[in-house]
Write a protein that binds this ligand. Structure first.
Ligand code: SF4
Length: 358
């Protein structure tokens, strides 16, 4: 007997946090890799997981994308994409040297943080970087000025970090839990009077909006379901916010297969910025809420990040060559002209029907 048939269905209502799921940076990165697998013969290489979601990574792996942790694992002349989390400057250079084409799908908001690190380091600041040990975004950001950056993940680590003298800057990973970041920032201001910080914190709009949506549901839910992978920083932050602000039972799941079978009452659902909406749909279908679903919106996001510049230039050249070959006007419309109207979810759904390559 399958788990669906033994599910003790007592769920009254599902509350859907909005915003949830894919952010503008993840949309951009997934669509860009979607183009790579449709344009190139496999394998396409990707430095680090394109985004930290098991379902997304497995879908691309099935199409012949090989995820690597070192550019030296990429055979010379292969197409390469660099992940949304941002890469170390030496990785960007190595990928350009090795690849037939190298496309950097770094989120522009991570690039902004790299720029802050570079600028502050050039001015002689010591930089306290609040982030997660071993996370791809933290590794890429610290590599911008490794001799100047001190990584801390907690107040205890901050207090154990000794910076003798000079000016100090406080910079952060984009996907932290807001309260966690605030507590560390407050302590850093006490320890380092005159501390430099960006006007707004480095936590991105997608991170703060998704956390605000979880807070808005906290008092109404008996259970809070957070959809996303264990190595997704913003998913973990959503789970922390849910636990800190609600008395509800909190469960994080990768897919519907992880859903506990004894849920009841009102179930709130959110999803990390790298989790596809199809997973939310599957959870709702499994829960079958007696009174249906209610979407609770704290803000409408309309941010859009255009495809990486290298991809825009490459696809335009490709379209011009094809037009020329068929005797057509080479000033053809770019294949990306309508990119903003196409969602990453639609691309993922389309790719699910592609023949598997491995
Ligand atoms: S979570 Fe924020 S920083 Fe990360 S990809 Fe999304 S928008 Fe960019």
């Amino acid at each position: 007997m399958g788990s669906a048939s033994i599910l003790n269905v007592k769920v009254e209502k599902v509350l859907l946090a909005k915003p949830r799921g894919f952010c503008a940076g993840v949309e951009m990165a997934i669509k860009a890799l979607g183009w790579m697998v449709r344009v190139f013969e496999p394998p396409v290489y990707c430095y680090h997981e394109i985004v930290h979601n098991k379902v997304v990574v497995e879908r691309f792996s099935a199409l012949g994308v090989i995820f690597v942790d070192d550019p030296s694992q990429v055979p010379f002349g292969s197409p390469v994409m660099l992940s949304a989390h941002g890469s170390a400057p030496e990785v960007v250079t190595a990928a350009r040297d090795i690849a037939s084409i190298s496309i950097n799908a770094v989120c522009p908001l991570v690039t902004k943080v790299h720029h802050e690190v570079k600028t502050r380091a050039a001015k002689g600041f010591e930089i306290i970087y609040v982030g997660h040990h071993g996370h791809d975004e933290a590794l890429g950001t610290m590599a911008v000025a490794p001799e100047k950056v001190h990584l801390v993940e907690s107040i205890a680590e901050l207090e154990a970090t000794s910076i003798e003298a000079g000016e100090v800057a406080l910079i952060a990973q984009t996907t932290l839990a807001m309260d966690e970041w605030r507590a560390i920032a407050d302590r850093a201001e006490e320890l380092y009077p005159g501390l430099w910080m960006p006007n707004k914190s480095d936590l991105c709009f997608a991170t703060t909006n998704r956390q605000a949506a979880v807070r808005a549901l906290a008092s109404r839910a008996d259970v809070m379901v957070v959809i996303g992978s264990a190595n997704s920083s913003n998913t973990n932050a959503l789970e922390k916010v849910a636990r800190a602000t609600s008395n509800a039972r909190v469960v994080r799941i990768n897919t519907v297969a992880d859903l506990p079978t004894d849920l009841s009452g009102t179930v709130a659902i959110t999803a990390g910025a790298s989790a596809p909406e199809e997973l939310v749909d599957q959870v709702i279908a499994r829960l079958k809420p007696r009174l249906g679903t209610e979407e609770v919106t704290v803000i409408d996001e309309d941010e859009y990040f255009p495809p990486p510049r290298e991809l825009r230039e490459f696809l335009k050249s490709l379209a011009q060559v094809a037009a020329f070959a068929f005797g057509e006007d080479p000033e053809v419309e770019s294949p990306l002209a309508r990119d903003s109207a196409i969602s990453a979810s639609a691309i993922l759904a389309e790719l699910a029907n592609y023949p598997a390559s491995v």
